[in-house]
Every structure is written in C-alpha cells, then in structure tokens.
Design a protein around this ligand. Structure first.
Ligand code: PEP
Length: 263
C-alpha cells in the first residue's frame, strides 16, 4: 500500500451506469496523469462493479494505485442466500477491498457485531482486504464513552481473527467513522481523530498482534477539510462518502489534487 489511502464510498449513487462511468473515468484519468499521490479505492454500488472493472482493465491497466472496492458482502462464499453477493464473486470480478460494518448497514439493516465478524473473516479468507468501519454515536461521545465503544466494536468484530489466523500477515484497513460526523457536514477535529487512531493502533498491536494495517478517518471529509486529516502522520488516509460524488465527481478530483500536493 502507498503512503495515504483515499476511499470513495459512492453509497447508493449515481442513478445510472452512464454517470458512474463518467465519475470513474474522471478520477482514473486524473490518477493516470499524476501517477503519484495517494492510493485510490473506489467503492461503487454492486451493479457497477463489473463494468467498471472492465474499464479499469482495458483503459487503466497500468495504474496500480487505483483499485475497486465493494460497499458490503455476505459472510458465505456460496449457497442459497437470495439477494446476496459473496466475497468470492467480488474477487472474481477484480475487486480487492470490501467495506464491512459501515454504520449505515449497522443502523438500517441491523447488522450486529457478530454478523460483521463473520463478514470480516469471509473477506480475509478469500484474500481480499476488509475496510472495517467503527465509531461511536453522538450520545456516546457526549458521555465520554467513545473509546470504550470503539474498543468493544474492535474486540467483537475481530474476534474470529484471534485463532490460527496468521495475523502478522493479514492486511486490514480500519476506518474510524464517528456516526455523528457521517453525512452531517460536522467533522471530527483532526486532533481528536488522531487520539482515537492511537488508541485503535494500540488495540490492534497489543491485543490482536496485527502488524499490517492502515487506519483511516471518515465523516464529512471534503476538499475543504481533507488536508487537516492527511497532514497527521497517525492518519493513513480518509474514507469519503458524499463528497466523492458531489458536483458530478468534481469535488473528488479536488480532493485528489490536494492530496497530491501534500504527499
Ligand atoms: C461514509 O459513507 O463512510 C462517510 C464517511 O460519509 P460522508 O463522507 O458523507 O460523511
């Protein structure tokens, strides 16, 4: 992995593949032109993954700093699970990363820590890199319980990785995404994010003995505030939601340009 990572989580947008193709080509063309800067991971809705993977392979095959990620997956590799997408399917179409445990999935689909633990294991089992999202809600932050909440999430979500897992080798991305900052326009102070990153790093190192991991911040990151996060050595990158598709993808190009200047 390169120094800093920028993930674009397109969520449930855009409405057509035609638009998706335009956003995707604009970002990949920018990355091709600069050939430096951050490692970029684009996580579009499932239906666009295959055609975008074809574009990546045919038009941008020389780019090794531009990758595809999925926004979710199922916890089994195959079977009768109507409507689900397996990590194996994602791998077969050229996807390298999978977001697991996004707070919107925890909230709207009642994804429990147990479900997230199973998904995380399935992603690692097939050789993809999970992007695990953790973070507290506003009332937990106000009560000063945020460290405890994140610690519990990590312990529960990584629980299957404690046994026989060769964790020294496991590549894992953890995104600290305080729920109160997601999609609200209110972002976490970079100093507070750094404090949480140090805390997470200690847990991954000491409790889980994981060495190969990256820690990202996510929550209302845009072209106006990204430099405050990327300047912190403890923050390996950012997960960008809304701003990755804002203004027809233009804000994302601004984000990439700012990252280039800093790196
Ligand atoms: C996200 O979707 O993970 C996210 C951080 O969203 P936003 O940037 O819109 O807050």
């Amino acid at each position: 992995m390169k120094n800093k990572i920028i993930i674009a989580n397109w969520k449930m947008a855009p409405n057509s593949f035609k638009e998706a193709r335009v956003f995707f080509r604009a970002a990949a063309n920018y990355a091709k032109k600069t050939q430096k800067g951050a490692e970029i991971i684009v996580a579009p809705p499932f239906v666009y993954l295959e055609p975008l993977s074809k574009i990546l392979n045919s038009e941008f095959y020389i780019l090794n700093s531009f990758k595809l990620g999925a926004q979710d997956c199922f916890w089994e590799q195959q079977g009768a699970y109507t409507g689900e997408i397996s990590p194996l399917m994602l791998k077969n179409l050229g996807c390298e990363y999978v977001i697991v445990g996004h707070s919107e999935r925890r909230k709207y689909y009642n994804e429990t820590d147990e479900i997230i633990a199973k998904k995380l294991k399935a992603v690692l089992d097939i050789g993809l890199t999970p992007i695990l999202c953790v973070g507290e809600n506003l009332s937990e932050r106000k009560k000063g319980r945020h460290f405890n909440v994140v610690k519990k999430q990590l312990e529960k979500n990584l629980k299957y990785l404690t046994m026989n897992y060769g964790l020294e080798k496991a590549a894992l991305i953890v995104a600290y995404e305080p729920i109160w900052a997601i999609g609200t326009g209110i972002f976490c102070n970079p100093k507070d994010a750094v404090e949480m990153h140090r805390f997470i790093k200690n847990i991954l190192n000491l409790k889980f003995k994981i060495k190969n991991f990256k820690l990202l911040y996510g929550g209302s990151v845009d072209s106006k505030n990204i430099d405050g996060f990327l300047r912190q050595p403890e923050i390996d990158g950012v997960l960008v939601g809304g701003a990755s598709i804002k203004e027809g993808g233009k804000d994302f190009i601004k984000i990439l340009k700012i990252a280039d200047k800093l790196l």
